[in-house]
Design a protein around this ligand. Structure first.
Ligand code: SF4
Length: 324
């Protein structure tokens, strides 16, 4: 490549031009951090995820989501009005090529207490599952059991997983398309052995924000394809479908995510959630009453950065905004 001589004057000018760009990146990163902290804080409060004295076992896989979760939880820990402990846990499943030094090095540098659990589930899965069959079912069952045991041994009161908003929506559609169920991924649940509370503090956070945060923080990402298993094709397809919708109709993801928090059982068809059989007239009109004969009408979605938001906000109308 030919060297290009830049006159000192030119250099000074280009540095000046760079200044606002650097400043803009810093400002955007600051906004991103604030937004993620706010969304995590909101999830913690809304679902009472972390309480005084909790010991939270943060499951860290080496992927961007769990690194991001640990990062934001550490920030929350420093500011939260309640005192709680964090302990990062990684399960080294002995997959070929797993860089075992990466996480201990990173976590030591971060100064967070951590535990690496070494369990060769890879060999078990390879031995038990015939070649060509999907290994994920057994692998995740084994992993789950091990993590529950580790949580007991560490005295953890909560187990934190890094699933985010887009994982939750994908799961919702997967359940609807392939499972015939209206069911997502809960932000807080009791584990299947009935002994642990599992939390998903990143439930409100968008995947694209986690991607940006991972780039900003230069996380030492460990690829998740080391086991050689195929990625879940259906999940990939649903993810692509959601991204396509969002591209064509900005704000749709946010609207669908809000819908998961605004369920109206009387307008679905599950007789176990709403007593349709025993429905009786009250003789009194009520505001949210169904007009029955008219189809619902929808005003255009309102989001930050879209025309009219400022006006609606000024008028005190509720928006689904994500302002900083
Ligand atoms: S992708 Fe590999 S490591 Fe992940 S659950 Fe499936 S078999 Fe296990």
């Amino acid at each position: 490549m030919n060297a290009v001589w830049i006159e000192p004057e030119q250099m000074a000018q280009s540095e000046k031009a760079l200044e606002p760009a650097t400043f803009k990146i810093e400002r955007e990163t600051h906004k991103l951090e604030k937004r993620m902290c706010r969304q995590v804080g909101q999830a913690i409060v809304d679902f009472n995820m972390i309480e005084e004295g909790d010991k939270v076992m943060v499951c860290v896989s080496g992927g961007k989501d769990s690194y991001g979760m640990l990062d934001i939880l550490l920030k929350m820990q420093a500011r939260a009005p309640v005192r709680f402990e964090l302990i990062a846990v990684n399960l080294d499943q002995k997959q070929p090529g797993f860089p075992a030094h990466v996480l201990p090095g990173y976590l030591t540098q971060l100064g967070v207490p951590f535990h690496i659990e070494n369990q060769d589930t890879y060999s078990i899965v390879k031995r038990v599952i015939p070649e060509g069959k999907t290994t994920c079912g057994l692998c995740s069952r084994l992993r789950r059991g091990i993590l529950y045991r580790v949580a007991d041994e560490l005295g953890a009161t909560k187990i934190a997983l890094g699933h985010h908003r887009d994982d939750i929506l994908q799961t919702f559609f997967l359940n609807m398309f392939f499972g015939g169920k209206l069911k997502g991924m809960p932000p807080k649940l009791v584990s299947d052995d009935g002994k642990h509370i599992v939390i998903r503090p990143m439930a409100n956070v968008a995947e694209k924000d986690l991607n940006r945060w991972a780039t900003h923080r230069s996380f030492p990402i460990i690829p998740c394809t080391l086991c050689g298993s195929q990625e879940n094709l259906q999940r990939k397809q649903v993810g692509a479908m959601l991204r396509e919708w969002e591209k064509k109709h900005p704000g749709r993801i946010e609207s669908m995510f809000s819908a998961l928090q605004n369920v109206v059982p009387s307008h679905l068809m599950d007789g176990t959630r709403y007593d349709f059989k025993g429905l009786k007239t009250t003789g009194e009109a009520f505001d949210d009453g169904d007009k029955a004969f008219d189809a619902d009408e929808f005003s255009p979605p309102v989001f930050d950065g879209m025309p009219g938001v400022a006006i609606l906000k000024a008028a005190g109308q509720q928006t689904f905004s994500d302002s900083n």
